[in-house]
Design a protein around this ligand. Structure first.
Ligand SMILES: Nc1ncnc2c1ncn2[C@@H]1O[C@H](COP(=O)(O)OP(=O)(O)OP(=O)(O)O)[C@@H](O)[C@H]1O
Length: 294
């Protein structure tokens, strides 16, 4: 018998106060230890899915339909307190912008041990030794010095390494990585991506990897969902997607992505016919949709 998926999202819809859907019946499954990329243009709803999983949606956004199961436990069936405890124990976030994710007026050490102590009930000494070991794993030299630093004393890459260490520290089953390399220098981006991939393999952690970059998808994920207007337009194994993209929008995204192998090839914007087709799919999905528990 195969293990329960690490995360299963079925038919998740979320609306704004206007009634407009920002997520349109999204479904996806992530196996234990698998990296699943969510790719799409800005505003497609990638971060919204990550936030829904972590239970931190903006107050204006309401889930009106669907289920999320974390290692087989239905999140909607739990009390808010039990849900927070489960999500806190089993998941973690690697955020997009390491600077805003850290409190500028507190030293690094307590910021990253806090979660282990407060949410998971670890002793201060266990949390500190775990963090030092992980800072070592994320190749931060002199971890003893770094825990005493304030965020502004570290470079962007160092700050992201610190947050990656913090995310892996409690051995979560699932990490939501929300564009974790976007705010970094191009040269640092590659190192950070490699670091996340190495740690993911070593720790066997599943990752929901939010990105707008198909190059990153190809490097890190085994599965991918292509999102447009809060709707999954295509889901596939990553290798299969790159070998034979099925949806015209996926093909258009690929044609709009620069290739290292052919840097001078001209890039094509998403074709008007593809956009018109997508608008039709969105309108059709909304026409057929009735919220189940609005
Ligand atoms: N706090 C909010 N309140 C209301 N609507 C929001 C809020 N944040 C995002 N949205 C809307 O929800 C939709 C999805 O946004 P989301 O941030 O998930 O997109 P994204 O695909 O992650 O884009 P990006 O790559 O730019 O981060 C967009 O239409 C956006 O305008």
């Amino acid at each position: 018998m195969s293990a329960a998926p690490c995360l299963e999202i079925s038919n998740l819809s979320a609306t704004l106060p206007s009634g407009m859907r920002v997520l349109r019946s999204v479904s996806l499954k992530i196996a234990p230890g698998e990296v699943h990329a969510l790719v799409g243009e800005s505003g497609a709803g990638k971060s919204m899915i990550g936030k829904a999983v972590l239970g931190v949606l903006p107050t204006s956004v309401r889930i009106v339909e669907g289920d999320m199961l974390l290692e087989g436990t239905r999140l909607g069936a739990l009390s808010p307190k039990a849900r927070r405890a489960l999500i806190g124990a089993r998941t973690a976030l690697i955020p997009q912008d390491p600077l805003t994710a850290l409190n500028p007026s507190r030293r690094i050490g307590p910021q990253i041990t806090d979660r282990l102590i407060r949410i998971l009930g670890w002793s201060a000494s266990k949390a500190e030794s775990r963090i030092r070991r992980l800072l070592d794993e994320v190749q931060i030299r002199e971890p003893g010095r770094v825990v005493g630093c304030y965020p502004h004393e570290l470079s962007g890459g160092m700050r992201q390494r610190v947050l990656i260490a913090a995310a892996f520290a409690a051995e979560p089953r699932l990490i939501v990585a929300d564009e974790p390399t976007t705010a970094l220098d191009v040269t640092v981006q590659k190192q950070i991506l490699r670091l996340i991939a190495d740690l993911q393999r070593e720790h066997g952690t599943a990752i929901l990897f939010v990105t707008h970059d198909l190059g990153v998808v190809a490097k890190i994920s085994q599965k991918v969902s292509v999102l447009y207007a809060g709707m999954v337009v295509e889901e596939a194994d990553t290798t299969a997607l790159f070998a034979a993209p099925q949806h015209p929008y996926t093909r258009a995204l690929m044609a709009a992505t620069p290739r290292y192998t052919d840097p001078y090839a001209s890039l094509l914007p998403v074709d008007a016919a593809v956009l018109a087709g997508l608008a039709g799919e969105v309108a059709e999905a909304d026409r057929a949709w009735r919220p189940v528990h609005a």
